[in-house]
Design a protein. Structure first.
Length: 202
């Protein structure tokens, strides 16, 4: 009978091979970029508002997005809700900080009790947003804080399933090493291996 270690290693090698092949087949403009992922409000940091953000977006969400540590500290000291969400996409301050790679902001929010597993309107968590923008350091930071790897978004995908689909081998490695379920499937019944395989032909 195969041991759990053998099964995991076999899975890991198969996934790594698929991702290595698939990654080279993805068009450059379709690959995650770590250098051009700032959102509208970050671009307009001077005004600390964004045209796409409705007026009722919590200040702490906007401040976290542009990495304004002083503003967030002030808001927290005045009793702001660090788990408040923007009304359109239901993103928290932590989600936006994770998406933009603001590690010091993430640490500040987590130290003050921000929900590390908060989900947006699509069911995506902070670690999923870090994945979407290929923020490997943020993924590790959230893993070190024991983020829940079993959380699923609206498609039924875990963060490992999303990482496999996006062809991000380094993050897949980290997730598997942290105990992500390699046998999980999404709502369509696709496993990480199948999602990685599908990604190759896109």
């Amino acid at each position: 009978m195969a041991t759990k270690t053998t099964i995991t290693t076999t899975f890991h090698l198969a996934l790594a091979m698929m991702l290595a092949i698939g990654w080279n087949m993805i068009a450059d403009d379709d690959k995650p970029s770590g250098s051009n992922t700032t959102t509208n409000s970050a671009v307009q940091a001077a005004g600390k508002t964004a045209a796409s953000d409705v007026p009722s977006t919590p200040k702490i969400v906007l401040a976290a997005e542009i990495n304004d540590l002083d503003a967030v500290k002030s808001l927290l000291s005045s009793g702001a809700d660090f788990n408040a969400k923007d009304p359109e996409y239901q993103e928290t301050a932590l989600i936006r900080a994770a998406a933009n790679g603001h590690q010091e902001m993430i640490a500040l929010l987590l130290d003050n009790g921000a929900d590390i597993n908060a989900q947006d309107a699509f069911g995506n968590t902070p670690i999923m947003h870090a994945l979407f923008h290929a923020r490997e350091k943020v993924v590790k930071q959230l893993l070190d804080k024991n983020t829940d790897l079993t959380k699923r978004n609206n498609t039924g995908a875990t963060v490992l399933l999303e990482a496999a689909y996006r062809g991000n081998a380094p993050i897949c490695d980290m997730l598997i090493a942290s105990g992500a379920d390699i046998n999980a499937v999404d709502k369509s019944g696709k496993s990480a291996l199948l999602r990685a395989e599908n990604r190759q032909v896109i």
